[in-house]
Design a protein. Structure first.
Length: 434
């Protein structure tokens, strides 16, 4: 609005409204000062909000003084003069800028820093259709769930979801789905939602959110396990490094760097910043690139989800998943498999089957069978045998390859691996060429 009115004032002669020059300029400057109110940061308490407001007042005062100087030049070019009521305010604007800037800086310095990670407001309602994706993982709520944002140094870095989540993993061997029982502490996951009502916000705030956050951060495989944390706290120098990035404060200059973006603040002014402070409502970058690292910790013991630069690790209900590039490992109970483009390994308490291009191995409680090229070696309690047979080696390779595919499907479906058919088929193949 200020920009529009400023343009109107410049072309006032063409619009034949020169008699309204003073009201137009006063309205222009009024909108400039009003913009500072809407940019006030309120997430870090009233003291920081006051400091933020004063810094914006100081900044706008300086900017208005510069604009008045510029408009004085414009008026001279147009063979007119700026109203005395406007030009006489420049000294007062400079005084206001200095006073507001010093007072805002003083309030910020004497206000205790709110360190660590802590719950924030407002609470939001996350819908099941608000699915977020990154690194081959899709995450959504099973039903409408209340979530309370989690902040660090005034920036939203996660949220606690008071509901169950569903995670879907795109793996080299197909899709895997995992439930994560709530409440769930999440970090770096850009959930979107609508602002919750007062009753829902109060209910969420009454939960022991601090304990949920501490448990998620301190347990093995949590964000703390991904790297050491470093703190340097001197009178005018503050350095902090953790899973969420690095921050360096030198006097009024603050530099932040992390997977979710970089920002620079000089006093109360953002030189280069992103929209992280706006929390988890509507202001997000593209989901697939918003953050390189995700982490979620469920309420059940050893239930978590971690995504870091394309690598995935997760545990839930006795199952575990690890995906690195084109390789993966999935276990369901005591059964599981490992896959890579060059080999597959399936295992259970009763067997281990290793399938590669030229070498295959089957180990059971009763015998061990190795196939290397055309050489077959059988070791059992009754003794050992070996032979060279291209036909038998070909049949065994075909048999083991098909059985490995069946084992993988069993694990993917969460059912125990059945090895009876594999054992009987192997016995028949050996008898055929005995």
């Amino acid at each position: 609005m200020a920009a529009v009115l400023l343009f109107v004032w410049i072309v006032r002669s063409f619009l034949a409204i020169s008699q309204y020059s003073t009201p137009i300029l006063l309205a222009t400057f009024g909108f400039m000062f009003l913009s500072g109110v809407f940019q006030t940061r309120t997430r870090s308490g009233i003291a920081h909000a006051i400091s933020s407001f004063l810094w914006h007042v100081a900044g706008v005062s300086i900017f208005v003084a510069i604009v008045i100087w510029f408009l004085t030049w414009v008026a001279s070019v147009q063979s007119t003069t700026l109203p005395t009521l406007i030009t006489s305010q420049v000294p007062y604007l400079v005084i206001i800028a200095i006073a507001a800037g010093l007072l805002g800086y003083a309030i910020r310095q004497i206000t205790p820093r709110q360190g660590g990670i802590h719950p924030s407001k407002p609470a939001v309602i996350i819908r099941p259709d608000s699915e977020v994706k990154a690194g081959g993982v899709a995450l959504s709520t099973k039903a409408d769930s209340v979530a309370l944002p989690v902040a660090r140094q005034g920036k939203a870095v996660g949220c606690v979801v008071f509901g169950d989540l569903k995670a879907t993993f795109d793996t080299p061997m197909g899709r895997v789905t995992a439930p994560i029982t709530g409440p769930v502490a999440t970090f770096g996951i850009p959930f979107r939602g609508d602002k919750a009502g007062a009753d829902e916000t109060a209910k969420a705030a009454s939960q022991n959110v601090d304990q949920i956050i501490r448990r998620a951060l301190t347990e093995p495989s949590g964000p703390r396990a991904n790297g050491s944390w470093r703190d340097i706290d001197l009178p005018f120098i503050h350095v902090h490094e953790d899973w969420f990035g690095e921050s360096v404060d030198v006097g009024p200059i603050s530099v932040r760097s992390g997977p979710d973006g970089d920002s620079v603040r000089i006093g109360g002014f953002d030189v280069d910043s992103d929209d992280r402070e706006r929390g988890f409502r509507h202001h997000h970058r593209h989901h697939d690139a918003w953050r390189a690292s995700w982490f979620a910790r469920g309420s059940q013991e050893s239930t978590y989800l971690s995504v870091s630069y394309g690598n995935v690790a997760a545990k839930w209900n006795g199952s575990s998943l690890s995906v690195k590039g084109d390789s993966m490992k999935l276990t369901s109970g005591s059964d599981g498999f490992e896959y890579s483009p060059t080999e597959v390994k399936t295992f259970s308490p009763l067997h281990t089957l290793h399938v590669a291009n030229q070498k295959m191995t089957l180990d059971t409680r009763k015998f061990s069978l190795n196939v290397t090229a055309d050489h077959i070696a059988l070791r059992a309690e009754s003794g050992s045998k070996s032979s060279d047979s291209a036909d038998l080696a070909r049949d065994l390779r075909s048999l083991f390859t098909e059985e490995a595919k069946k084992h993988i499907q069993d694990v993917m479906n969460g059912v125990p691996i059945d090895i009876d058919e594999m054992l009987s088929s192997t016995e028949e193949a050996l008898k055929k060429y005995d």
